[in-house]
Design a binder for this molecule. Structure first.
Ligand SMILES: Cc1cc2nc3c(=O)[nH]c(=O)nc-3n(C[C@H](O)[C@H](O)[C@H](O)COP(=O)(O)OP(=O)(O)OC[C@H]3O[C@@H](n4cnc5c(N)ncnc54)[C@H](O)[C@@H]3O)c2cc1C
Length: 459
């Protein structure tokens, strides 16, 4: 049935003014993943939070589907209007206040992650969640996907820093959930439910984040290894050998070769895996921690261990790591990127399985990611002109999910399910569990207008 978009457009114009409507823009048809293009029927860009409630109410009245959008850096099609309805662009809601004495930040959803980090640091405070997309992604998107990043290894993911949220439900009702105190256990943890709900339960219009004192200093080690197994052994040795890494990031042999050949990193030719180890904390004791981390890496067989203390060298090492996804994308015509996660003890098995999948299906596969959390970005790299390649890629991805779940892992460590992975949900979650979650969705969004059909596959 055709959506009543003309009617909706007129009602939006009458209630909220013409300026809130955005003219056709092809950017809204895609995010950073492979889904789409899905051109939306209507794009709305509010400049005040009360406009969000009014808009959702209008969509609810006419049963028009709506997809919240932050910065569109998601990789699973979560912010796309695959239903042809409304995209609600929250990027213009950018107010940010730091409450220094309470160690809190109050942010609207369109604030960019890096801007919160910089504002906190300017006051000697620290907002740890650092997705590799931090210079572009929005805090609303981070909350909706429970984004992680390298520092999740020590500090946790976005959800560990969310104290309270302002939210608009699928009927257009504005609610405040959670609290502004650091602790708070009154009622159900509804802020926790909204974290990672991928825009299916409510639209987040305000976030209260906890901040930490800024660590006095940080040092980055880059260690190279002959192969992935040795790097995984070093991850285990660091975590059980008296090192408290802020980040432990991994790159496999394909990534290591690409970084060496592009000149991004000077690693020995025999290196087949890399680890970035970040140590932060008080100046006193840091030298001992660095020594311990370097020793653990060498005991696990490191070929080289380079220590970077000055901010410029550290920043460059992290820029190389954060750019890895785009570096690979520039070298192969197509890239399908998954973000599976397994219990830490299964990380060596997962890295080996990813490599073996490439051999089995005749595909290039490059893995990198958050080894300290057991969260690996497995990238299938291919040329769409190669014979039978789409079928082989599909099989490799399906095999990867099956292996991950068999290892006790999960389909997504941080990117979410969205459109791209919903067909695989039955591998990990039973029908009763899905139905319980759909019951929750009905309570928040009775007409099923918020990102309908995402996360959970139809029967
Ligand atoms: C190069 C690159 C590196 C990345 N690295 C990481 C990483 O290290 N860790 C990580 O976790 N992710 C990473 N990502 C994925 C992505 O950046 C994150 O998922 C991020 O949190 C998405 O934020 P966004 O503002 O772009 O959200 P969008 O892509 O706009 O939306 C993502 C989802 O959130 C929903 N949403 C957005 N805003 C709201 C809101 N206000 N209320 C309700 N729902 C909302 C959308 O409907 C959608 O389902 C990376 C992506 C890229 C391109």
């Amino acid at each position: 049935m055709a959506l009543p978009l003309d009617d909706l457009r007129e009602r939006v114009r009458a209630a909220l003014g013409p300026d809130i409507l955005v003219a056709d823009d092809p950017r809204y048809a895609r995010d950073d993943g492979a889904e789409g293009p899905f051109p939306p029927g209507l794009v709305v860009r509010p400049t005040a939070t009360d406009q969000v409630g009014e808009l959702v109410r209008l969509c609810h009245d006419l049963a028009v589907p709506l997809s919240p959008r932050g910065a569109g850096t998601g990789t699973v099609g979560g912010c796309l209007a695959d239903h042809g309805g409304v995209v609600l662009d929250l990027a213009a809601l950018t107010s940010l206040e730091i409450d220094e004495r309470s160690l809190l930040a109050e942010a609207q959803p369109g604030v960019i992650n890096a801007d919160l980090q910089a504002a906190a640091e300017a006051r000697g405070l620290f907002y740890p969640p650092d997705p590799a997309s931090l210079k572009k992604c929005s805090l609303g998107g981070n909350v909706a996907t429970n984004a992680g990043g390298p520092r999740a290894c020590k500090y946790g993911v976005t959800g560990n820093f969310v104290l309270g949220l302002d939210v608009v439900t699928g009927t257009g009702q504005a609610l405040r959930v959670g609290h502004r105190s650091i602790k708070g256990v009154t009622g159900y943890n509804l802020a926790g439910l909204l974290v990672g709900s991928e825009g299916t339960l409510g639209v987040i219009t305000g976030c209260t984040f906890r901040l930490l004192p800024l660590p006095a200093c940080a040092v980055t080690l880059l260690a190279s290894f002959a192969d992935e197994a040795a790097a995984c052994a070093a991850v285990h040795a660091c975590q059980t050998g008296g090192v408290v890494p802020a980040a432990l990031e991994f790159a496999d042999r394909v990534c290591t070769r690409v970084l060496r050949e592009s000149g991004a990193l000077a690693t020995p030719p025999e290196a087949g895996a890399l680890l970035w180890v970040e140590i932060d904390g008080d100046t006193a004791g840091l030298d001992a921690s660095i020594r311990r981390a370097a020793d653990r890496c060498r005991e696990a067989g490191a070929l080289t261990v380079d220590v970077a203390e000055d901010p410029a060298t550290r920043a460059r090492l992290w820029d190389v790591r954060r750019a890895l996804s785009h570096t690979l994308r520039a070298l192969w015509p197509r890239k399908v990127s998954e973000d599976v996660a397994v219990p830490l003890s299964k990380l060596p098995a997962l890295t080996a399985a990813a490599r073996e999948l490439g051999q089995r299906h005749g595909l290039d596969i490059a893995s990198f990611g958050h080894a300290g959390d057991g969260n690996l970005h497995v990238n299938v790299l291919y040329d769409p002109a190669a014979p039978d390649v789409v079928r082989r890629v599909d099989h490799a991805v399906a095999d990867l999910f099956k292996i991950t779940v068999d290892l006790g892992g999960t389909l997504s460590g941080e990117h979410g399910i969205g459109i791209s992975k919903r067909q695989f949900m039955p591998l990990e979650q039973s029908a009763p569990l899905r139905n319980l979650q759909l019951d929750l969705k009905r309570a928040w969004d009775p007409r099923n207008i918020l990102n309908p059909g995402k996360i959970f596959p139809p029967d």
